[in-house]
Design a protein around this ligand. Structure first.
Ligand SMILES: Cc1cc2nc3c(=O)[nH]c(=O)nc-3n(C[C@H](O)[C@H](O)[C@H](O)COP(=O)(O)OP(=O)(O)OC[C@H]3O[C@@H](n4cnc5c(N)ncnc54)[C@H](O)[C@@H]3O)c2cc1C
Length: 301
């Protein structure tokens, strides 16, 4: 790892050593990561990944960590945090290209307030643009699949290529990237229409108020824990199972929304995972429903 630190210093790539992962995920959980690296641009990212691969080092890519359940044990590898590729380029009246590290909320708010319509749903979703494409993040019957025209990616063999929407296999909370590990999203080009700014901003305000009333956003969480099964929203199912407010350690199934687990007091990753197991077991035993996590459970080798 000493050689790697020297490589980062020589190439002026920002990094921190022995960082608590609590600071890099919205659940505020996790052990210590040996190194967290935040490349400033595509050139240094490619150099970094080339070095990591040539030297067979371990790495894991994150955005804002708003969909991740880090484990409690320490990670002796490299966290590559993509939050600096954040420029916005207006290609024409409808197409906007943005770096994958930009905050999705910031991008959505910037474009909505300029009168672009179609991205209103994203103003409430934390995370980066890259994380949102990977997850096919969505809300209010829309998702990234509706608005992404194409993406630029770094392939596992370090080529930069462009993939069009139809190649990205967008479905409910999933995309091409969840079945093809090792691809890094560098930018996404979004296709939007022009609308009435006042109507757009009123809609965003209204939804934001409804979210605040129905979701426990005042606590650390990673949004919805489970994908909605076919016949019933996961939150309603969990409420019907009588599991709302259930506490294990420092984690709780939210009283406000059954599909949120919140960190109420120094929760461990294991507290959250125990609650997830409990919900899955009850859903299977009492309703014969196989719940599937939307959040990504991370395990270090
Ligand atoms: C309060 C709250 C509310 C939420 N509401 C919603 C909602 O309404 N709808 C919804 O869909 N989600 C919601 N989420 C979940 C979360 O915000 C989204 O899944 C988000 O898109 C994750 O982005 P991220 O940058 O944080 O990704 P991370 O959590 O950091 O990473 C998620 C995955 O994406 C991969 N990844 C990240 N960046 C890249 C990249 N550039 N290239 C390749 N892979 C990458 C990571 O390796 C990881 O596998 C919510 C979360 C919270 C905390």
């Amino acid at each position: 790892m000493e050689d790697f630190i020297k490589f980062l210093q020589d190439n002026k790539i920002p990094y921190k050593e022995n960082e608590s992962l609590k600071n890099y995920c919205t659940y505020k959980i996790g052990g210590i990561a040996r190194v967290v690296v935040e490349p400033r641009d595509v050139k240094s990212l490619v150099k970094l990944i080339d070095y990591i691969k040539s030297n067979e080092l371990k790495y894991f890519l994150i955005g804002y960590g708003s969909n991740l359940i880090f484990p409690d044990n320490n990670y002796d590898g490299i966290i590559v945090r993509l939050v600096n590729l954040s420029e916005i380029e207006y290609l024409n009246d409808n197409l906007i290209k943005a770096g994958s590290g930009i905050s999705l909320q910031k991008l959505a708010m910037t474009l909505s307030s300029k009168g672009y319509t179609g991205i209103e749903f994203a103003t409430a979703i934390p995370g980066t643009l890259g994380g949102a494409v990977y997850m096919n993040a969505g809300a209010y019957k829309s998702d990234m699949g509706y608005i992404v025209s194409h993406v630029e990616v770094l392939t596992p063999d370090l080529k930069i290529i462009t993939l069009a929407n139809k190649e990205l296999d967008f479905h409910y909370r999933t995309s091409y990237f969840q079945h093809h590990e090792g691809y890094i999203i560098l930018s996404a080009t979004i296709s939007l229409k022009k609308g009435n700014v006042n109507e757009i901003m009123d809609l965003i305000k209204d939804r934001s108020l409804r979210r605040k009333a129905s979701q426990p956003i005042e606590y650390p969480s990673a949004g919805s824990v489970f994908r909605n099964p076919e016949d019933i929203p996961a939150g309603m199912l969990i409420e019907e199972l009588g599991l709302k407010s259930k506490i294990i350690g420092g984690a709780q199934i939210s009283e406000k929304h059954g599909n949120f687990i919140i960190n109420i007091k120094d929760a461990k990753s294991s507290d959250i995972l125990e609650l997830i197991d409990l919900v899955k077991t009850e859903a299977k035993n009492k309703r014969n429903i196989n719940l599937k996590e939307e959040q990504k459970i991370i395990k270090w080798d």
